[in-house]
Design a binder for this molecule. Structure first.
Ligand SMILES: [Mn+2]
Length: 360
């Protein structure tokens, strides 16, 4: 290779890197978290061409709680490292749990009011009872590839269903409609008891809707559940369910156990931050997330194709088995994408139905 070419190539690469860094810094907003001074942002981690503009969002108000404050500082360090602006609600703007969807809605609207090129693309909500333990994991590795443009909400579920402790919201009109329906739930369906986590229960119910909504199809096809331990790893009374390299720890439930558990983890990340840090490439995340979305895409494309085939089938064709199997696969994509074996079973069942009805 001629030397001039090499020099030009290196020069070009350097210029592109500087441009990228300048561009990332321009999205930086200092935290307004009390007592947290904004740090310089010249250590922003490298981002790839497929990376997304992500902002992190949380809330902390009311009686001062040093554990939550320190937990959010771990999120702020993660945000600084990757060049994500971080927004923290510090005033009670609504009633209890409704602060969360209200604040996210306000941010989505603010982002959409900007010119497209200046907008954040996704918001990562993080509860103040979660701590980043491996800041080397970028938020956008979990997001759907751009071609899966119908996905606007990425979450996880536990034994109680949807858990909104850690969730990704797409900056999109779909999210505005969804959050407005969630916020309005107690007003238009006052007879339904949403329980203690009312906002979470409202969102869980709305995510199952396949009627009404922005396009008359509800919201079910706009969401995907990731395996919960990837993004929303729990601390149980007896132990951490995750392993070294996992991105964070969340402390739902736990009652009085929460404080000693948070204190232990805050000690780990503040005193020995490198103990739990593992470079992204040395974790399972790149392979697992790629595999997840590849399988999701394959299943979704199959469902689309079979629905077209059924629609175009000549009158009198057998389609009943395919209709049933494709409906099952849709439900699997919408509510069980985090259960890999179940999703695969639904794909296999649909292939069997196709074979049965089209090979005769
Ligand atoms: Mn929580």
């Amino acid at each position: 290779m001629p030397q001039g070419f090499t020099r030009r190539a290196i020069g070009g690469l350097l210029a592109a890197t500087i441009l990228l860094i300048v561009w990332r810094i321009s999205y930086y907003e200092p935290s307004t978290l009390p007592g947290h001074s904004p740090q310089g942002n010249n250590n922003v981690a490298k981002t790839s061409a497929t990376s997304r503009k992500v902002g992190k969002v949380s809330m902390l108000y009311g009686y001062p709680n040093p554990y939550y404050k320190q937990a959010l500082e771990s999120h702020k360090r993660h945000a600084d490292r990757w060049g994500y602006p971080m927004h923290i609600l510090q005033e009670d703007i609504s009633e209890g749990f409704w602060n969360k969807p209200s604040y996210v809605l306000s941010l989505v609207i603010q982002e959409l009011a900007k010119p497209a090129a200046e907008r954040l693309e996704w918001l990562m909500w993080v509860d103040a009872d979660s701590i980043i333990i491996n800041p080397a994991i970028p938020a956008d590795i979990f997001l759907p590839p751009r071609d899966l443009s119908e996905i606007h909400f990425v979450a996880s579920k536990d034994q109680n269903g949807l858990n909104t402790g850690i969730v990704f919201f797409h900056v999109h009109q779909w999210t505005i409609s969804m959050l407005i329906e969630a916020l309005a739930h107690p007003l238009y369906l006052p007879a339904i008891d949403l329980g203690v986590s009312a906002d979470q229960e409202a969102m869980a119910r709305i995510m199952k809707k396949t009627t009404d909504g922005p396009d008359g199809q509800g919201y079910a096809q706009g969401m995907a559940y990731l395996p919960r331990p990837w993004i929303n790893t729990y601390e149980w009374h007896h132990a951490y369910e995750g392993k070294k390299g996992d991105m964070l720890v969340h402390f739902p439930g736990l009652e009085d156990d929460r404080w000693p558990h948070m204190e232990k983890w805050l000690g780990v990340v503040e005193d020995t931050p490198l103990e739990w840090e593992v470079p992204l490439k040395d974790t399972e995340y790149p392979r697992l997330t790629k595999d997840f979305w590849d399988k999701f895409r394959t299943a979704r494309n199959l469902a689309n194709q079979v629905e077209r085939d059924i629609y175009n089938a000549p009158a009198g064709s057998l389609t009943h088995a395919r209709q049933e199997a494709v409906a099952q696969l849709r439900i699997a994509l919408q509510q069980h994408a985090d259960e890999a074996e179940f999703l695969q079973q639904c794909v296999d069942d649909l292939h069997a139905a196709i074979k049965k009805e089209t090979s005769a």
